[in-house]
Design a protein around this ligand. Sequence first.
Ligand code: ZN
Length: 185
Amino acid sequence: MKLAILDRDGTLNQWGAQGFIGHPGDWVAVPGAMEAVARLNRAGWHVVIATNQPGLGRGLFDVLELNAVHAKMHRELAAMGARVDAVFYCPHAPDEGCRCRKPGPALFEQIAERYGVEGRSIWAIGSGVEHLQAGSTLGAHLVFAGSDASGAVPVQLPAGAVCYPDLNAVVCDLLPLGGDGKALS
Ligand SMILES: [Zn+2]
């Protein structure tokens, strides 16, 4: 099974101006990202999102607003013939000390369990270093795509991570070899 676990902010949608996205109107796709997911789907990949949403724990927005944001995302994906199977999110603020806030491993563990796949057969693709760190705890393939919230590529990426300018560039490199990832490893 081909399973890609994507970061949300900075990978599928542009970073929110305030550091979070609590309203559907603030959700703006990264150019080419919806099409990139569609290409993954057509090549037989399952695509799942793992995202930290500390704005919930801080009370900046609520679950209904988050659901509305994701409804818009799913609509925009569908309009391009793309599908994200599920969105796994950490709702906690950083000071709550949970295991699911990336770089903690719990979101990735839940996804691996749900799909019955080994960590090493997962592709973790994201624009936050903590997304790759979480994937690294399960032995996933690590791909940095884009830039972090400050617009930079983090200096301290986990060992073995490869870098691309955006999700579309990742998919262009990944798919020609049938999605087995040989181009990237
Ligand atoms: Zn959490």
